[in-house]
Design a protein around this ligand. Structure first.
Ligand code: FNR
Length: 413
């Protein structure tokens, strides 16, 4: 009601309400590198497109003359009542969208009580984000490092900042074929904007210092970093106080990048490894990146506490099935034993309604709030979330449902 009333009195929304207009405005605002990294996906962008197009194949069939005066879009997940079924998907390298990065996002999340899933690839160490979040809910997303010590340290830190769940991202054990980033020679992951979580980690720093003191033998000539890469390396000093500030010749920045590239991911990971995590934490373990019902079955057999049906926003396997098309079979396999969450392609409240109708308990939203962040910082993230919540509320009202349990598959054609 507030959003409509402001419109009546001539106040424009903080960021465009229409998803395509939001995206276009963000593209105008962002650097080509940032835009390509955020909006882009793998290969020919087939799965990026498929994720949103899949929503076009479902139509809502509204019911009439139902008393919808009182409506409630809250949901309970892992023992906490949340104001809506939306979560902020874990997004790395946010500094490229806005200099306040996670600080702005956390303040927006807190103002609405929407859970923020903190990325391993963050631009701000998780302890600082936790301070911005206050008592507001947070989950931690883990990229499973090749180095056990890094895994242990991240899990312990995630517990210490009061995470409600640990989201283990399965689909990025190697980075996808990101054509646009490759063409721009842009590897955001390994830049200062994306490795604050590592640089702030005592265990990771001990690996870096060891490497700097014992440089591994290299065969053949090493690529010389371009001036832009040198600037990126130097900007890491922010997160690595004292040791290599303003010292271009220090081996530490380079050792930090090399160490990151070495330990970032573990492509040998298998289902059996989940026991390792289970022994180390009592937090609910949520697997992100499930698309095949057979993997959902394996997840149940390995005792996980939740699943996110996701294809990483089409950023990993070009030509992969649209995430929405993968959802119903996973929901059927899981049969309500653990929560099934959904992401990849949600752009509106109506989209969220569709995913919920297909059986998701909650939805993670990725790019839209990054566009809000790029356009208007904290206010932009909040506006995007408010628009999503408002449209879901109206869609519920107009479809004749008053709570999330009422959003069922028979409301879709
Ligand atoms: C991501 N995603 C992601 N996932 C994750 O587990 N850890 C991460 O650090 C990131 N980083 C990241 C950066 C950017 C720029 C994007 C767009 C995405 C994937 C993200 O959590 C989510 O799965 C998708 O963004 C969902 O798709 P939509 O909503 O963007 O279509």
């Amino acid at each position: 009601a507030r959003i409509y009333r402001e419109g009546v009195f001539g106040r424009r929304p903080v960021v465009p309400v229409e998803p395509a207009a939001l995206e276009a405005a963000a593209q105008r605002r962002m650097s080509p590198e940032a835009w390509s990294y955020v909006a882009g996906g793998a290969g020919q962008q087939r799965t990026v497109r498929a994720n949103t197009e899949a929503f076009d194949r479902h139509r809502i069939v509204p019911r009439m003359l139902v008393d919808v005066e009182e409506r409630d879009q809250s949901v309970e997940l892992f023992g906490r009542r949340l104001p809506s079924p939306y979560l902020l998907a874990p997004i790395g390298v946010l500094e490229m969208a806005h200099r306040e990065a996670e600080h702005a996002v956390a303040r927006a999340a807190r103002s609405l009580g929407v859970p923020m899933v903190l990325s391993t690839q963050a631009s701000v160490p998780m302890e600082e984000v936790a301070r911005d979040l206050g008592d507001s809910p947070r989950w931690y997303q883990l990229y499973w490092s090749k180095d056990d010590g890094v895994v242990d340290s991240f899990v312990r830190r995630a517990e210490e900042i009061g995470s409600d769940a640990l989201v283990v991202t399965l689909d990025t054990h190697v980075l996808g074929w990101r054509t646009r980033d490759l063409d721009l020679a842009y590897l955001p992951f390994a830049r200062a904007e994306g490795i604050a979580q590592y640089l702030s980690d005592p265990h990771f720093r001990s690996l870096v210092e060891h490497r700097a003191a014992n440089p591994p033998a290299v065969d053949g000539p090493q690529p010389r970093p371009t001036p832009a890469a040198v600037r990126a390396l130097l900007s890491m000093t922010r997160h690595y106080p004292g040791r290599f500030r303003d010292n271009l010749r220090s081996p530490l920045p380079r050792a930090a990048v090399e160490t990151f590239l070495d330990v970032f991911s573990r492509s040998s990971l298998t289902w059996e490894d989940l026991a390792y995590l289970r022994e180390r934490t009592s937090l609910p373990i949520v697997l992100k990146g499930i698309q095949d019902p057979r993997d959902a079955q394996l997840a149940l057999e390995h005792g996980v506490d939740g699943i996110v049906v996701s294809n990483h926003g089409g950023r990993q396997v070009d030509g992969a099935i649209a995430s929405l098309d993968a959802l119903p079979a996973v929901v059927d396999t899981v049969g309500g034993r653990v929560p099934v969450l959904f992401d990849s392609g949600v752009r509106s409240g109506a989209d969220a309604f569709t995913a919920l109708a297909l059986g998701a308990q909650a939805v993670l939203v990725g790019r839209p709030w990054v566009y809000g962040l790029a356009l208007a910082g904290e206010d932009g993230v909040r506006a995007v979330l408010e628009h999503l919540m408002a449209e879901l509320d109206l869609t519920m009202a107009l479809s004749g449902v008053t709570d999330l349990a009422g959003i069922t598959r028979d409301l879709l054609a």
